[in-house]
Design a protein around this ligand. Structure first.
Ligand SMILES: Cc1ncc(COP(=O)(O)O)c(C=O)c1O
Length: 377
């Protein structure tokens, strides 16, 4: 990112290096091809139509979204296939999705992990005369959503979906988010192998009971980057890889040169201990790193001419809403200086921005709306 261009921008601002973004998208598309699995990137990270289009143009088979209203933005943008990887239990939300998918011809996929969820989807799909593919969510260790691999309800629920007049069993889906708390890449690899082993094991049981289980869908950025064993897996759903942040760096799964999203902030006040910058929790979020990643502080601030040299980074140790407290150490930076901050977690940072400022290698700057920000329903 050209320091002169960065200096010309107002702050605070969320900037994205287009060359790095494109390289991250191409690298993940290559990784999926080499692994022989379909790529269905999670759009929760960027919530941005232009980035989703880049992912699809690079060969993604479809997109993954979390909340229904987030998915609607990409269905309206004519994504060919969208998986809503969140348990929808309110039939009104399923209705909205099904109506939109019918309008655009989108291959909509949803998931369930409870009888109530299956009932809600079944009723909505019947109302829309839809043959809706539904994944069963399997809990592979995060203990957030999903049925444990040995849960007694698993086979009855799978049978219920497969035998429904309006639903079809899409397969099994898991998210090993607990990998974010691993200590290094080797530990992440173990989590990924275990996730894939568990999905294959459950699929084997369902198939032995006569059920068709077409898809085994896994993924988070750390696990797909670390994974070396793809047998039986048919699709991956990484999200964070487009931007990266301090967690994949901490895990040794990305380089600073891969981080495409940075927060630009100006020192607006200074005292003996702190450089106070104009990006607080309303820009950086208060996220300490997802799922036990437990990063110290709220980001790493670099002078604009430091490139990617993190040895020059000053930690952002405290936040109030509109202020960030950057530990000044013995730096000679002062009021008016602009810093670029490597955030703990890029996904909530994008969600807090109205637009991403895209920086092209030649110096051109473009604003891309974070069109699906704040879609919590
Ligand atoms: C169900 C599901 N799949 C995939 C992802 C993508 O994970 P990551 O952002 O680590 O790539 C997430 C992230 O929260 C998720 O919740």
């Amino acid at each position: 990112m050209n320091p002169a261009v960065l200096r010309s921008l107002e702050t605070p601002q969320v900037v994205v290096d287009h060359a790095r973004l494109a390289a991250n998208i191409a690298r993940m598309a290559d990784l999926a091809r080499a692994a022989g699995v379909a790529l269905r990137p999670h759009v929760k990270t960027h919530k941005c139509r232009e980035i989703a289009r880049m992912q699809l143009a690079a060969g993604a088979a479809g997109l993954t979204a979390s909340k229904p209203d987030e998915a609607l933005v990409f269905i309206a943008d004519r994504a060919p296939s969208v998986t809503v990887a969140y348990p929808v239990v309110d039939p009104r939300k399923a209705d909205r999705l099904l109506a939109a998918a019918r309008d655009t011809g989108c291959d909509l996929r949803m998931l369930a992990d409870s009888a109530q969820g299956v009932e809600a989807l079944e009723a909505a799909a019947a109302r829309h005369a839809f043959d809706l593919p539904v994944y069963l969510k399997i809990d592979v260790g995060l203990h957030r959503c999903g049925l444990a691999p040995d849960h007694p309800d698993l086979l009855p629920l799978a049978r219920r979906i497969a035998g429904s007049g309006s639903l079809r069993l899409a397969g099994l889906l898991s998210h090993a988010g607990h990998a974010y708390g691993a200590k290094d890449a080797a530990q992440v690899r173990e989590v990924a192998r275990e996730e894939n082993r568990l999905l294959n094991q459950v699929a084997g049981r369902l198939r032995a009971a006569g059920l068709d289980v077409p898809e085994l869908s896994v993924g988070s950025t750390p696990t797909v980057l670390a994974c070396d064993q793809w047998d039986g897996i048919t699709e991956m759903r990484p999200g964070n890889y487009v931007f990266m942040d301090r967690t994949p760096l901490r895990l040794g799964l990305a380089r600073v040169a891969d981080v495409s999203l940075w927060v630009l902030a100006t020192v607006v006040s200074a005292n003996a201990d702190w450089l106070i910058v104009d990006a607080g929790s309303k820009v950086l979020s208060s996220d300490g790193g997802a799922h036990g990643s437990d990063l110290a502080g709220h980001g790493l601030a670099l002078p604009l001419d430091a490139g990617d040299d993190l040895s020059q980074a000053l930690p952002v140790l405290r936040l109030s809403e509109e202020h960030g407290f950057v530990q000044r150490g013995d730096s000679n930076l002062g009021v008016g200086d602009v810093l670029k901050i490597l955030p703990n977690h890029s996904c909530p940072v994008a969600n807090l921005a109205e637009a991403l400022t895209i920086l092209y290698p030649g110096g051109d700057v473009e604003l891309w709306a974070v069109a699906a920000r704040g879609k919590t329903a």
